[in-house]
Design a protein around this ligand. Structure first.
Ligand SMILES: *Cc1c(COP(=O)(O)O)cnc(C)c1O
Length: 401
C-alpha cells in the first residue's frame, strides 16, 4: 500500500540534495572542527559555510550570530534560560512573558523557571490562537526580562504578530525570542524585519536532518550559556560539533531559501483542495486555524462526534498518516494545551486532527484523502450514540425552528 504522509509539522523527510551534502562528512571528511590539521580545517570550513547559509536564510547581519544546537528544543531552552539566568544574576529581574500556545520546549522551560524564582505571564489567545497585542502591553513590568512568542504554531499553523510584539517590547528595552521552527521554508523570515533578538530553528522541519538546530542571537544580546565545556561555537555552546548534521542544516537552509515561494504556493493549493473537499462531504466539522494568518500546509480540523485517536488509527490502516494535535502529546489522553487555549471543549478537542502537508504531496494524494476521511468519519459517527441521538433530534419536526 502506498502511504500518504501528512504529518510534516512533526518532521519532514530528508531532501536528497541534503543527504548528498552530508555524506562526505560522515565518511572521508570525518574531522573534528577544533583540530588544527587538514581534517580539522575541512570540518571547520564546512561548519562556516553552513553557518553562512543559515544566516543568509533569515537575514542575519553576521554568521557569528548563529549558534548551532542539538535541536530546536535546545535552542528554545538556551534562549529562555540563557536570558533568564543572565538578567537575574546581573539585575535581579525575574519576569518573563510568553503565550499559552507555545511549543512545550518553551512552555515547560518557563514552568521550570517558575520553580526557580521566576515569574511568568502566559498571554491568552483568541479563538484561532492569536495573542492580542494589548495584552502584551498590559503584561509588561519593570522586572520583565524576556518576551518569548512563537512565530507560527505547530498544531494549528496560526501566525503571531511578531513585528508588533518586537515594537512594544523594544520600546521597553526588552529582548524578544521567537520559536520560528515551523516557519522556515513556508513564510518569509527575516530577523531584521521581524526585529527579534533571538530566533529558534530546527533542521528536520525543513527537509534537513534530525538532531540539529540553531539559535539566532542578535549581536549585543547577552545570555548565559546552557551547555558548558570546551570553546566550541565561539565559547557559546560546548561540545564537538555534529558536522554532518550542521552541513545538512546549511544545505536545507539554502534549499528553503531557493524554493520557499514555489513550495508555499503548492502547499496552499493542496490545503485549499483538502479543506474544500472535506467541507463538501462532511457537516459538523470546524477549523481551528486562523482564517487569515496561517502557515501554508497546516489544516487543523475538529470532527464532531468522532474520537480523534480512533480516526487516526483508522486512517493509518488506510496508509494515511496524520496526527492529533501535536506529535508530542499523541499517546497521552490529555487534550492539547493549544486547543484548550483556543477555548475548544475537551470533547471537541478529542476529535481534532492535524493535517500538515509537505512539498512532495500530490493532488492525487489529496483526492484520495478527501475520499477516505469522510467515509471513515461517517462510519464512526454511525456507531456513535451521541451522534445518533442528535440525528433523531434533528429529524423531529418539532425541533425545526
Ligand atoms: C518541532 C518543534 C520544536 C522542537 O524542535 P526539535 O528539533 O524537534 O527539538 C520546537 N518548536 C516547534 C514550534 C516545533 O514545531
Amino acid at each position: 500500500m502506498q502511504r500518504i504522509y501528512l504529518d510534516h509539522n512533526a518532521t519532514t523527510p530528508l531532501h536528497s540534495e541534503v543527504r548528498e551534502a552530508m555524506m562526505p562528512y560522515m565518511m572521508e571528511h570525518f574531522g573534528n572542527g577544533s583540530s588544527i590539521h587538514a581534517y580539522g580545517r575541512e570540518a571547520r570550513n564546512a561548519i562556516d559555510t553552513a553557518r553562512e547559509q543559515v544566516a543568509d536564510l533569515i537575514g542575519a547581519k553576521s554568521p557569528s550570530e548563529i549558534v548551532f544546537t542539538s535541536c530546536g528544543t535546545e535552542a528554545d531552552n538556551y534562549a529562555v534560560k540563557g536570558i533568564a539566568e543572565f538578567q537575574k544574576n546581573r539585575y535581579g529581574k525575574n519576569h518573563i512573558i510568553t503565550s499559552s500556545v507555545e511549543h512545550h520546549a518553551v512552555l515547560h522551560t518557563c514552568q521550570h523557571l517558575e520553580k526557580h524564582g521566576f515569574e511568568v505571564s502566559y498571554l491568552p489567545v483568541d479563538r484561532y490562537g492569536r495573542i492580542q497585542i494589548e495584552n502584551l502591553s498590559e503584561a509588561i513590568r519593570d522586572t520583565t526580562i524576556l518576551v518569548s512568542i512563537m512565530h507560527a504554531n505547530n498544531e494549528n499553523g496560526t501566525i503571531q504578530p511578531i513585528e508588533d510584539v518586537c515594537e512594544i517590547a523594544g520600546s521597553h528595552g526588552i529582548p524578544v525570542h521567537t520559536d520560528a521552527v515551523q516557519s522556515v521554508g513556508k513564510l518569509p523570515l527575516n530577523v531584521q524585519e521581524l526585529g527579534v533578538n533571538l530566533l529558534t530553528l530546527s533542521a528536520h522541519k525543513f527537509y534537513g536532518p534530525k538532531g540539529i538546530g540553531a539559535l539566532y542571537t542578535r549581536r549585543g544580546t547577552r545570555l548565559e550559556n546552557l551547555i558548558h565545556g570546551g570553546t566550541h561555537e565561539r565559547n557559546r555552546r560546548a561540545g564537538s560539533e555534529n558536522v554532518p548534521a550542521i552541513v545538512g542544516m546549511g544545505a536545507a537552509a539554502a534549499l528553503a531559501k531557493k524554493h520557499r515561494e514555489s513550495y508555499s504556493q503548492h502547499l496552499n493549493r493542496l490545503t485549499n483542495k483538502l479543506r474544500t473537499g472535506l467541507h463538501e462531504r462532511l457537516t459538523n466539522i470546524y477549523e481551528n486555524s486562523h482564517p487569515e494568518y496561517c502557515l501554508p500546509g497546516t489544516l487543523n480540523i475538529s470532527f464532531e462526534f468522532v474520537e480523534g485517536e480512533s480516526l487516526i488509527l483508522r486512517l493509518d490502516m488506510e496508509g494515511i498518516c496524520v496526527s492529533t494535535g501535536s506529535a508530542c502529546t499523541s499517546g497521552s489522553m490529555e487534550p492539547s494545551h493549544v486547543l484548550a487555549a483556543l477555548g475548544i471543549s475537551p470533547q471537541l478537542a478529542q476529535g481534532t486532527v492535524r493535517f500538515s502537508l509537505g512539498k512532495d504531496n500530490t493532488q492525487g494524494e489529496i483526492e484520495e484523502v478527501v475520499e477516505k476521511v469522510p467515509a471513515i468519519v461517517e462510519q464512526m459517527r454511525a456507531i456513535s450514540p451521541v451522534y445518533k441521538k442528535k440525528m433523531k433530534r434533528d429529524a423531529n419536526p418539532r425541533n425545526i425552528q
